[in-house]
Design a protein around this ligand. Structure first.
Ligand code: GLN
Length: 478
């Protein structure tokens, strides 16, 4: 069977419309690659049958000359915390390992209306808590660039699947960096839209005021096409925003670096940053300057509190969101349940993994009477200061640029016993979630050990078009 790998969706689209290939042949080729890459463990479930059926339906539609959706025939895969009707929705947790969704997330309705083919559900850290995809009930995902390394997390399955050409595009979720950091580790593009840009209806809640569905793709243009489809107000999510949705693919094709002001925060270039990554990022910044951009050194003084603030607030919200898993309403119920109270305790003790339990305990602690003011309330106040840092910086610049991760992909198992070291991986990504602004990670090069390096571009609220534009220019330099 021919191997179909396309440089971009538009190439696939041209090939389909000119009759050079069929959706079915393309989907078969992706399914074969998924089988050949089982060792990376990117998928929790593969929808072989429904994907092939959908492919046949789409081929029929094309043959009949009917109007084709914006993402016609695009082979996509979905992080397993996004609901698809009548499919499992595990969040990579034992507690939901047998749970089936009874409805579609809004993003699923929107992509299906534009004729995508959904190939399956992707591995992740349990309930999206983690930076390495090692906290999965279904075992860790491996980085396709080097299988001894982690793919990043929590959307590690999404990044690995795209990187290994097992899906053209994947949806992930980003609460503190979970789309961008794995994108950077697996050498793909990862976009976290503005908070509110994409409906969270049907995304299993981790930390509701941070969570945002994002897109992982090989290039900015594909990410732009998918964003256009999934973005926009949704009456089912009262936190979704009503800002106009653009044709992002057009916007980036007209984008120029001329006169763009790029803020470079000095807080992103400290000793915590790996030297190899630092020099690659500096090189790219210089290259953007040659293309007409202006580099402006800026300061985001409250960044140093970002990690602490994030881990207090995200865990507080998580402890509340995860209280619904009690063995009665959802998923797994312990066999040992002498009374109601013990049924709750045992179901949760047996159903959740260690990291999830750690977060629930931390979150409950910071919300408890006596500690609420010292931790939760204080962190809320700092969150506002961090957001103000960003918004005032954006009064004089257009985007902020820096590294996505302070370190290159690390070895599987290396940080499992050291949660704080794991949390440090999020040092440059959490601020965008704390302040709600959009951000993207773009492949920027490789370290001397041949490990991928991602560059992060952070934008003004609802200005995804500009960060996608910069991202496309950056990729063109590679
Ligand atoms: N790594 C971060 C965490 O563990 C971010 C997770 C995410 O964005 N879902 O909380």
């Amino acid at each position: 069977m021919p191997e179909f790998v396309f440089a971009s969706y538009s190439e696939l689209r041209t090939s389909l419309e000119s009759g050079n290939t069929s959706v079915k042949a393309v989907v078969q080729s992706y399914l074969t690659r998924i089988k050949n890459h089982q060792s990376i463990n990117a998928f929790i479930e593969v929808f072989e049958e429904s994907a092939l059926k959908q492919a046949e339906r789409l081929d029929q539609k094309l043959a009949e000359g009917k109007p084709l959706g914006k993402l016609f025939g695009m082979p996509m895969a979905i992080k397993d915390n996004i609901a698809i009707k009548n499919k499992k929705l595990t969040c990579a947790s034992k507690i939901l390992s047998e749970f089936n969704s009874i409805y579609d997330a809004t993003v699923i309705e929107r992509i299906e209306a534009e004729d995508v083919v959904i190939l399956g559900k992707l591995n992740m850290d349990e309930f999206a808590m983690g930076s390495s995809t090692e906290n999965s009930f279904f075992g860790p995902t491996k980085n396709p660039v080097d299988q001894t390394k982690v793919p990043g997390g929590s959307s590690g399955g999404s990044a690995a699947a795209v990187s290994a050409d097992c899906a053209m595009v994947a949806l992930g979720s980003d609460t503190g960096g979970s789309v961008r950091q794995p994108a950077s580790f697996c050498n793909v593009v990862g976009l976290k839209p503005t908070y509110g840009r994409v409906s969270r209806y049907g995304l299993v809640a981790f930390a509701s005021s941070f969570d945002q569905i994002g897109v992982l793709a090989k290039n900015s243009e594909d990410a732009a096409r998918v964003l256009e489809v999934i973005a926009g107000e949704d009456p089912k999510d009262s936190t979704s925003g009503d800002a106009d949705v653009q044709n992002y693919a057009n916007a980036i094709s007209e984008f120029t670096m001329n006169g763009l002001k790029i803020g470079v925060p000095k807080e992103f270039f400290t000793d915590a940053l790996d030297e190899g990554i630092k020099s690659i990022i500096n090189e790219k910044l210089e290259a953007l300057k040659t293309q007409g951009a202006e580099l402006v050194e800026i300061s985001l003084p409250y960044s140093k509190y970002a990690l602490a603030t994030y881990y207090i607030l995200a865990n507080a919200e998580a402890s509340s969101n995860l209280s619904r898993y009690d063995g009665a309403r959802y998923g797994y119920r312990s066999q040992a349940h002498p009374d109601l109270e013990e049924m709750y305790v045992n179901s949760r003790s047996e159903g959740f993994g260690d990291e999830v339990k750690r977060r629930i305990m931390l979150g409950t602690y910071v919300l408890s009477a006596g500690y609420y003011d010292a931790y939760y309330k204080k962190a809320q106040q700092v969150r506002r200061l961090i957001r103000d840092d960003y918004l005032s910086a954006f009064e004089s610049i257009d985007v902020i640029a820096g590294p996505t991760s302070p370190i290159p992909p690390f070895t599987l198992g290396e940080k499992l016993d050291d949660p704080l070291a794991m949390y440090l991986a999020d040092i440059y990504t959490v601020t965008a979630n704390l302040s709600g602004v959009p951000a993207i990670s773009v492949p920027a090069g490789f370290t001397s050990q041949n490990m991928p390096v991602g560059m992060q571009i952070i934008g003004k609220p609802y200005d995804e078009a500009t960060i996608l534009g910069v991202s496309q220019k950056l990729q063109a330099l590679n």
